[in-house]
Structures are given as structure tokens and as C-alpha cells.
Design a protein around this ligand. Structure first.
Ligand code: ADP
Ligand code: G6P
Length: 477
């Protein structure tokens, strides 16, 4: 059993991403997105291993150690990147699970690749886990892994967490492979969702699709009980809170404001460049405030940071063109010498610079059309021990369930976004502090460690005797 782990994370991506530079040299960078933000600190505090793709196609790598974690790279061929990752994961499941804000595609070849790659992840996990280990499978790219892994290793305790929304039955029903996906997930002992709504969508689907009875959080299979529950994911509050108290970060935040021309209001957007994030909607609202004259020239600057994401997928390419055109238009119409209202960066930043940006911003604008949670909103709150700063937050982000004191908006309603952005800019320091204090209390209490320990405690608690008895009696009935 040497070299095997008692605790294993299985995710599409490793926490580090391999970049091959134009001259052929390779380097490592932190992987994009909220999943890695959340799981990396949890893993650094627990001994275990992480199996995932290292981000470069057609490259096989040996397991290695990094940042206190044992990493097991899973190879993907170029064709698999196209069909499994860009295809079924990000052109079928991603839009379908996000309220079809873009049309999903349904291709049998993509599905085949999804199955093949899921099988590879399951095999790797089966080889890496010691007897009776806890294996925690992550997200929509690997929904078949729990059942595949259970077939290979019935001794394991298997958890699954979905980082994105789980759609209503009517939408899920469209999937030609709906039954396979649901059966894949039911291989887990515990299936976790961001919100209670996702968990209940899933339970209803199991009943309608497979005729499985459920009661409370538990779904009754012939021989086992699967628990379904919401665990809202979070951030490392303490770490962010301490970063922004460092003098060089506070100085950098001040410097950022000076570099922006010392406007009265700094508004900020930080996202992967993704069509679910509502970047166009928030820029439209800001542009209209300038056009209507409700914002004076020079009064406000909007900083939009958009990390490159899934750049070979058609919808993402189109989105980049649209956003860049929109930024150009707003700046063309409203810029003056020495003043550019929208500052747009198609770049990724290190966590210190990002923390300084959060601290520098008066208004954080988070307007997804649909989002599982949105960690950016929680990061912003964690960075404002000064109790200054306002959060404008979409009602369609999972975070809106917890951060009720944000300026909540319907991103489809441009007048609403304008109104709330203005309200956030015009609020008194007392009002801002009142809202920020409550939001900080929530994020400080429900931080990422609490999220992980609640999930893992639930996973390690065997299904109750009552559940098992109930399951047995329903079966016989
Ligand atoms: P998603 O998981 O869909 O990307 P989240 O808001 O939940 O959305 O998580 C995004 C994560 O990526 C956050 O931790 C955020 O700090 C990070 N991030 C987003 N944009 C950038 C950027 N330009 N540079 C560095 N990190 C970024
Ligand atoms: C979201 C998804 C993650 C994904 C991340 C970055 O957070 O829930 O599973 O890793 O976006 O996307 P990418 O496609 O670059 O891995």
C-alpha cells in the first residue's frame, strides 16, 4: 500500500497548470477558477493526494510534490481536450447547467470522450487510494467517476461535490445521456451541492428518471442510501484578511487609486472571461450612467479584470470580441485626455495584487446571469476590514443566499443594475459599514475550512440505521 493515500481529491484540473512557452520551455502557474481557490488551502492542511489534468495536452507526467501536496497528473490527448474538456464539459454541460444562457451542443463523439476520460480518472483514483480511503470527486467534468470508482473499489468512501448549479428537471431532461449521468453521481455516498435548490432538483430527478424514493436528504437505492445536501463553498477568510492588513498591500491599494487618476469611485469586476458572468450587462449599465449624465465625467472608473478562459471554445471567443468592442465604444464616447472610464485587463493577477485591487475598490460589481456560488464576492468582503466598500451582487449567484446585505440586482434588468450601482456609490459610510459588518461575519464564520469539514464529516458518517431500515421496508413494499 506504500504510495497510496487515505484521502484523495479527484478533479479535472490539478491546482497548478503547465504552460508551454513559445520557445518550448515549460513552467507552472496556478490554475484558474473557484474550484482550485477553494480546494487548495483545504488540501494544504490535510495529508492527501490530488489527481487531475495538468493543463497541457499530449503530455504524460510522473506524480510529483508541490506546495505540500502530492499531485497525480492525468494525461489528456489533444483530441480529448477538444471533445471531453472543451466539448462535453464546456460546450454541453456548462451552458446546460447554467440555465442555458448559451445554447448547449449535443454530440455523441463528445459523450464518448467524456466516458473514456471519466474511466481514466476512476482507474487512477482506484490505484491511488488505500484500503477504505476517502475519495472526494469534484465537479461537472467527472460526474461518471463515482459509479465507475465504486465498481472498481467498493471499499472506498466516495464523495462528490458539484461546484456549479444543478439545473431544474425540465432542463436536465434534454440531455440524451441523462440517465448515465445520474447513475454516475449515485455511485457516491454523499452528493454535495452549493444550494438546497440544487440538491432538491437532483432528488426530484432521481425519482422521475429512475423511480427512486427519497425522504429528507436521503435517496434510497436497492442496497445503499445516498445522501444529498447543500454545502455552500467559501474562501480562506483569515488568509485574505491578514494579507490586506499588510502595510505593502495597503500602500499598493492607495497607489492603484492614484494610478487610476484618483477618481471619487473605483468600481471593480474580476471574473474568468465567461458568458455566465454578466460582464456585458454591467458594462452596459456603467456606460448608460455616463451617457445619462447620472455619473459626472471623471467621477468614476470601472476596472474590469477578465482572466482568459476556455479560449478555443467558440462561445468564449465570440464573448471576448463582444466585450472588447463594448469597452472600446464606452471609452471612445466618454474618455477625455487623462481619463479612461473603463480600464480592461485580459490578464491573470497574483493573489497579492488581486487583494490590493479589492481593497482599492469602492464598489465590487458581481453580476452573473447564473453562478454556482461566486467566490469573488466573498473574497471582496474578506478584504474589507475597513468596513468601507459596497458589493453589487446578482440574485442569480449562489452567494446571494448568504450575502443578503449586498446591493442585490437582477442582471437582466439594466435599470436595476444602474440604480443599485448608483446607490452603492452614494451610500453613507455608516450604511456601508452596517452592510459590510454583517457580510463579513457570515464569511468569517462559514469559511472554506468549515465548508470542507462539514462535507467530510457528513461523508464519514455512515447512513443512519433508520435510513437503512426505511430503505429495506420500501424495497419490500
Ligand atoms: P469561477 O469558479 O466560475 O471562475 P469564482 O468567482 O467562484 O468563479 O472563482 C474565481 C476565482 O478565480 C477567484 O478565486 C478569483 O480570485 C480568481 N480570479 C478571477 N479572476 C482572476 C484574475 N484576473 N487573476 C487572478 N485570479 C482571478
Ligand atoms: C469553474 C468550474 C471549475 C473549473 C473553473 C475554471 O470554477 O466550476 O471546475 O476548473 O471554473 O475553468 P477551467 O475550464 O479553466 O478549468
Amino acid at each position: 500500500m506504500t504510495g497510496r493515500s487515505s484521502f484523495l481529491i479527484v478533479a479535472n484540473r490539478l491546482p497548478v497548470d503547465r504552460r508551454i512557452e513559445p520557445d518550448g520551455t515549460a513552467s507552472w502557474r496556478r490554475s484558474p477558477g473557484g474550484l482550485v481557490t477553494a480546494i487548495a488551502p483545504v488540501m494544504q492542511r490535510r495529508h492527501g493526494a490530488w489527481a487531475g489534468w495538468h493543463g497541457a495536452p499530449d503530455e504524460k507526467l510522473e506524480p510529483f510534490e508541490q506546495g505540500g501536496m502530492s499531485l497525480i497528473p492525468i494525461p489528456l490527448s489533444d483530441r480529448e481536450v477538444e471533445l471531453y474538456y472543451e466539448g462535453f464539459s464546456n460546450a454541453t454541460l456548462w451552458p446546460l447547467y447554467h440555465d442555458v444562457v448559451a445554447p448547449p451542443v449535443y454530440h455523441r463523439r463528445m459523450w464518448e470522450a467524456y466516458r473514456t476520460v471519466n474511466e481514466r480518472f476512476a482507474t487512477a483514483a482506484a490505484e491511488a487510494a488505500e484500503e477504505g480511503a476517502v475519495v472526494w470527486v469534484q465537479d461537472y467534468q467527472l460526474q461518471l467517476v463515482p459509479a465507475m470508482l465504486r465498481r472498481l473499489r467498493p471499499d472506498l468512501r466516495i464523495g462528490f461535490f458539484l461546484h456549479i448549479p444543478f439545473p431544474p428537471t425540465e432542463l436536465f431532461w434534454r440531455l440524451p445521456w441523462r440517465k448515465d449521468l445520474v447513475e454516475g453521481l449515485l455511485g457516491a455516498d454523499l452528493v454535495g451541492f452549493q444550494l438546497p435548490g440544487g440538491a432538491s432538483n437532483f432528488r426530484r430527478l432521481c425519482r422521475r428518471l429512475l423511480g427512486l424514493p427519497y425522504k429528507g436528504n436521503e435517496i434510497f437505492l436497492d442496497d445503499r442510501v445516498v445522501t444529498t445536501q447543500a454545502f455552500p463553498i467559501s474562501v480562506d477568510f483569515a488568509q485574505l484578511d491578514s494579507i490586506v492588513r499588510e502595510p505593502h498591500i495597503m500602500a499598493r491599494a492607495k497607489e492603484i487609486r492614484v494610478e487610476l487618476g484618483d477618481p471619487e469611485h473605483v468600481l471593480l469586476g474580476v471574473d474568468r472571461l465567461d458568458y455566465t458572468k454578466g460582464i456585458g450587462q454591467r458594462l452596459e449599465a456603467f456606460g448608460e450612467l455616463l451617457k445619462d449624465g447620472r455619473l459626472r465625467p471623471n467621477e468614476a472608473v470601472f476596472v474590469q479584470i477578465a482572466t482568459p478562459s476556455r479560449e478555443r471554445v467558440e462561445e468564449y471567443r465570440r464573448l471576448r470580441d463582444d466585450i472588447e468592442l463594448q469597452v472600446g465604444r464606452i471609452n471612445g464616447e466618454h474618455a477625455q485626455l487623462g481619463y479612461q472610464p473603463v480600464q480592461y485587463f485580459h490578464q491573470s493577477y497574483d493573489h497579492e495584487e488581486l487583494a490590493a485591487l479589492y481593497l482599492a475598490a469602492d464598489v465590487m460589481v458581481v453580476t452573473p446571469l447564473r453562478d454556482g456560488m461566486n467566490l469573488v464576492a466573498k473574497e471582496y468582503v474578506s478584504c474589507h476590514h475597513d468596513l468601507h466598500g459596497a458589493l453589487v451582487l446578482s440574485e442569480f449567484a449562489g452567494a446571494a443566499d448568504e450575502l443578503r446585505q449586498a446591493y442585490l440586482v437582477n442582471p437582466y434588468d439594466v435599470e436595476d443594475v444602474k440604480r443599485q450601482m448608483l446607490a452603492a456609490m452614494r451610500a453613507t459610510p455608516h450604511e456601508l459599514a452596517r452592510r459590510m459588518r454583517t457580510m463579513r461575519r457570515r464569511v468569517a464564520t462559514y469559511d472554506v475550512d468549515r465548508w470542507a469539514s462539514e462535507f467530510l464529516n457528513a461523508l464519514e458518517t455512515p447512513a443512519s440505521q433508520t435510513s437503512t431500515r426505511r430503505s429495506a421496508s420500501w424495497r419490500s413494499g
